[in-house]
Write a protein that binds this ligand. Structure first.
Ligand SMILES: [Zn+2]
Ligand SMILES: [Zn+2]
Length: 127
C-alpha cells in the first residue's frame, strides 16, 4: 500500500511529466546522460548494433520502395506462395540483389525468416 504522501508525490510527477518543463527536464537529463561515459558507451553500442544487423536489409528495402515510387516495380496483391490476396511484402533471398524479390504475405514472410528449412524455402530456391 502506498502512503498518502507517496500517492500525492506520484500524482505530481505524473502530471509534471507531461508539462513543458517536465519534458524539458527529461530531455536535459537524457542529454546529460549521453555525455557520461556510460551513456556514450550505451549509445555507441546501440548504433553499432543497428548498423551491423541491418545495413543490407535497410538498403534493399529502400531500393524496393524507391522502385515502387518510380513505377519500376509493382507491388502485387497476391502472395506468391499461398496466393492469399492481402497486403504483400517484399522478401529478399539475397539483400545484395535488392530488386530480386519474392512477394509474399506477412504470414509466409514470417515463415521464410523463422523456419529456415521449411518447405517454402525449398519452393523458392527451386528453379
Ligand atoms: Zn502467403
Ligand atoms: Zn524477408
Amino acid at each position: 500500500m502506498k502512503t498518502e504522501k507517496q500517492q500525492r508525490l506520484n500524482e505530481y510527477y505524473l502530471k509534471y511529466k507531461h508539462t513543458e518543463s517536465g519534458k524539458k527536464a527529461r530531455r536535459r537529463a537524457e542529454q546529460k546522460y549521453k555525455k557520461t561515459p556510460k551513456g556514450q558507451e550505451v549509445q555507441r553500442i546501440a548504433n553499432r548494433k543497428k548498423k551491423l544487423k541491418f545495413p543490407e536489409k535497410i538498403k534493399a528495402q529502400n531500393a524496393v520502395h524507391d522502385a515502387i515510387k518510380r513505377g519500376k516495380l509493382d507491388r502485387p496483391w497476391v502472395c506468391e506462395l499461398c496466393k492469399a490476396e492481402v497486403f504483400i511484402e517484399a522478401h529478399h533471398n539475397d539483400y545484395a540483389k535488392p530488386l530480386e524479390i519474392v512477394w509474399v504475405c506477412a504470414a509466409c514472410h514470417k515463415k521464410l525468416h523463422f523456419h529456415k528449412n521449411s518447405p517454402i524455402k525449398a519452393v523458392i530456391s527451386a528453379p
